[in-house]
Design a protein around this ligand. Sequence first.
Ligand code: SF4
Ligand code: FES
Length: 264
Amino acid sequence: MKLHLRIWRQKNANGAGRLVDYDLDGVSPDSSFLEMLDLLNEQVTLQGEEPIAFDHDCREGICGTCSLMINGVAHGQNREQVKAVTACQLHMRHFKDGETIVVEPWRAQAFPVIKDLVVDRSAFDRIIQAGGYISVSTGSAPDANAIPISKKDADVAMDAAACIGCGACVAACPNASAMLFTAAKVSQLSYLPQGQTERDQRVADMVAQMDAELFGSCTNHGECEAVCPKEISLDFIARMNADLIKATLKGVSPGKNVNTNGKK
Ligand code: SF4
Ligand code: FES
């Protein structure tokens, strides 16, 4: 395949970025999107230019680092027959020979660009640090059939735990809201008995941290669910909001785990 690529290049966090045009030949339709970028980087390096910086790690749809906006869609999915994939799992056979492909970083105030296609997603880490843990001792791993959790609750908790923290939900949302991510991380614990001890404080702290990181508010567009590679449901947002109301009515307010970092 021959491709015309328009890639966001930005020297550093403070530099002004711009789309740079590249022509690339010899792309296998069976290669992944990241392998195509590897090929482009070989070409760019041989031409004496600095390679294009992009985030990646597992290349198996697990780690959530491959944050790319491809032709205006997070992870480049929602094309014909392409849904629920990360950019690393997207294959070039879903593009046309000769196609122009625009590649940009996530766009959100809370995810500042570090370089080229790499953004700083440490805001997500701070939301997890604010409450995404349990303090009860659970001992060593018991037999699965000895755990007193209903199958339904275990399944829903697992659905929430499937979130890989990629940030596509934020990038796709017109408000750059992190509600789907935060709701998944709150819910994966709130459905389980081990997660009950901190349930109220957790939701108060994690939502306060999310606000402090300057993510936008949820206005029910549903773009987050549409692009989520792990198909996290909007239902988790409704459940998190219900939990937050209950915690607030009990008089629980954000505590010392919230790190406003001078932002708010
Ligand atoms: S909710 Fe989905 S889109 Fe958002 S961070 Fe988790 S996996 Fe990525
Ligand atoms: S590189 Fe790990 S999910 Fe894509």
